[in-house]
Design a protein around this ligand. Structure first.
Ligand code: SAM
Length: 321
């Protein structure tokens, strides 16, 4: 085990010990928030359930993409230690699910304002068809699981990320948005072609943002991933030939050995996205001759994003958490 893995192992062990305490000090809470990384790449038997937690910088970027309004219903179906729940504002109804007992407990104690169920997120999504305004997260991927899915093979098995997206789209209300980190193979491999065709028939792809391989360095994987944002269409709306924003993020602020670098493309992409969404709203309003608010599509507003240049001239955005 390398130095990074040994540290993760020791930190997770400490978190497990802290779970025995009824109350945590502020410092202990902060330690858990920052250091609990789950067991992805630490457990060679593969029984880590795909626990590669998303760095807070990417979570914050996705929160900023969505700008989730008060009163919205939000679901994180495989929440790990709850990273995607961090910083969601009061007044948002958050439901989350996590299969691993330990991670579910960590998430519930760190984010008491969310309702977290320990259990199968796929069953949870199935029970909540057409329920949510937003579905967020980073589902497990890789080793095929047995699941009820239109994309299961003859043995009834399927890559979990496919089923999380399938059931996720089904659990969105009309106009609702799903924003998730996914491995790139589901966006390009031939074997996922029928899934992609189904997804594009049942949702509108708003953006695909390619992330660099070092994004999950601290979580123990160099899998190439992207953030995708999908919207369940509102039946009464004509979207016409709609544009998709394709973006490539080459730098997230650290390199392939985890060393801090000054380059970070996320603020610029966020800025482009806000412009893109504003133009998209205007386009849909023109096509349908209606005010977009009347049809209640969650649309992030440009004004509310605080994108600024720092002293070195780099664009930065406010971190929510
Ligand atoms: C890639 S990790 C991401 C965790 C969290 N969404 C994040 O981004 O930090 C995937 C998570 O899914 C959990 N998981 C695996 N199978 C699951 C299932 N059937 N239902 C709910 N959670 C599951 C794993 O334990 C792990 O915490």
């Amino acid at each position: 085990m390398g130095r990074k893995e040994s540290k993760r192992f020791a930190d997770n062990k400490k978190v497990r010990e802290l779970l025995q305490k009824d109350e945590w000090t502020k410092e202990e809470e902060e330690f858990i928030r920052l250091s609990y990384s789950g067991y992805g790449a630490l457990n060679s038997s593969g029984s880590h359930l795909g626990q590669y937690f998303t760095p807070q910088k990417i979570v914050s970027f996705i929160h900023n993409l969505l700008d989730i309004p008060t009163g919205a219903t939000v679901c994180e179906p495989s929440c790990g230690g709850g990273g995607f729940l961090n910083g969601l504002t009061d007044g948002v109804d958050i439901k989350a699910c996590e299969l691993a007992y330990e991670a579910a407990e960590v998430a519930q104690r760190l984010y008491p304002y969310a309702q977290i169920e320990q259990g199968d997120g796929l069953e949870f999504l199935e029970k909540h068809k057409e329920s949510f305004n937003y579905i967020i997260g980073n589902p497990p991927y890789g080793s095929a699981i047995e699941a009820k899915s239109r994309f299961a093979n003859k043995k009834g098995k399927v890559d979990p990320v496919v089923v999380f997206l399938e059931k996720g789209i089904e659990a969105l209300q009309e106009g609702g948005i799903l924003a998730m980190v996914v491995p790139d193979n589901i966006l390009s491999d031939n074997k996922f072609q029928s899934f992609r065709a189904w997804a594009l028939e049942n949702a509108l792809l708003l953006t695909s943002i390619s992330l660099p391989t070092e994004t999950f360095y601290f979580a123990g994987t160099s899998t190439k991933t992207s953030v995708i944002v999908l919207q369940k269409p509102v039946e009464s709306i004509d979207y016409g030939d709609y544009p998709v924003m394709m973006a490539v993020c080459e730098n997230v602020g650290w390199d392939s050995r985890g060393r801090e670098i000054s380059e970070n493309d996320l603020p610029q992409i966020l800025f482009e996205w806000k412009l893109f969404m504003q133009e998209r709203s205007e386009h849909i309003e023109r096509l349908n001759d209606t005010d977009i608010e009347e049809v209640d599509i969650p649309t992030p507003s440009l004004e509310e994003v605080n994108i600024v240049r720092d002293s070195t001239g780099q664009l930065q955005f406010d971190l929510i958490s």
